[in-house]
Design a protein around this ligand. Structure first.
Ligand code: ZN
Length: 293
């Protein structure tokens, strides 16, 4: 993916190096901690167990989210901090792309913040931790990522390529778009009166829609800025496939239990990302109306 020289976002909050306290991450950031079985379990718990809607439920259902601390003003990553500059550029691209899509529908896009952290950090959805993987918190409209997650993708899941990394951000921004469109709230309400199986099925549709929205972003970003290079789409599809619930369950437990899926199977994630990137339209991403996922 071509990105050098493109605009960087002002909405990056760099909290790396401060530990937010209150939980303690697993700290496989940066150095040499074994990215073995433990890591699989951690990533699996992110993709399987910790459902973004749990956070939504926490918010709307009473729980007691940690108070949001007043953060120091965000500052731009230093010019030689390649990884931070990269995610900042991807975020800027999603801002431009979704800004235009919203504007063309007579709506205003509210830009989310992207928080870089290490270890743990306070969020409006409770304490964010490295082990949780990247996530979006609707309560403060921020995407949280510990960049060591990319190392894990590469080493454990053999997913590399900067477009696959961009896809992770675009997927989380997809959740922000769902929040702005009121979709996550509706799903959250519906889930409250649903059985666990039904609730999981709704989560799957929400997740696949975020994959599709990531594809919609890629379509428009490529039209406007020609960001895609040979092999990029394959990289993203590999990522979508490697982190499908069936693939993760097989790795973590040796068995696949479709009813417990909250993100969708590898094939489904690939299908919806492809749909987004080939059609480039929000309307192509109505996973809730789809008979077949
Ligand atoms: Zn998601």
């Amino acid at each position: 993916m071509k990105w050098e020289g493109n605009r960087e976002s002002d909405n990056v909050e760099d909290r790396r190096g401060e530990d937010g306290g209150g939980g303690g991450g697993f700290g496989f950031g940066g150095r040499s901690i074994g990215l073995g079985t433990v890591a699989v379990a951690l990533v699996a718990s992110y993709f399987l167990g910790i459902n973004p809607l749990t956070m939504l439920n926490l918010l709307s259902g009473g729980g007691s989210p940690a108070p949001v601390q007043q953060q120091a003003p965000s500052h731009k990553p230093s010019p030689n901090d390649q990884m931070a500059r990269f995610v900042s550029t991807v975020l800027a691209d999603t801002e431009d792309t979704w800004g235009q899509i919203f504007a063309s529908n007579g709506k205003q896009y509210v830009r989310p913040k992207l928080v870089l952290f290490s270890g743990s950090t306070p969020t409006a959805c409770g304490t964010g931790q490295t082990a949780t993987g990247p996530f979006y918190c609707p309560g403060d409209q921020k995407v949280y990522i510990d960049l060591s997650f990319y190392e894990l993708m590469k080493q454990r899941f053999k997913v590399s390529g900067n477009f696959a990394q961009a896809y992770v951000i675009a997927h989380e921004v997809g959740h922000h778009v769902q929040h702005l469109m009121g979709i996550s709230d509706k799903v959250d309400a519906a889930r409250r009166n649903a059985t666990e199986k039904q609730a999981n099925a709704m989560s799957v549709r929400l997740e696949l829609q975020a994959d599709c929205f990531a594809g919609v972003w890629a379509y428009h970003a490529n039209q406007a800025r020609h960001i895609l290079e040979e092999g990029d789409i394959e990289d993203a599809l590999n990522a979508a496939s490697a982190i499908g619930d069936d693939a993760l369950q097989r790795q973590a437990r040796g068995v696949v239990v479709p009813d417990s899926f909250t993100h969708g199977s590898s094939a489904q994630r690939v299908t919806w990302f492809k749909r987004g990137i080939s059609e480039g339209k929000v309307s192509a991403c109505n996973t809730f109306a789809a008979k077949e996922l």
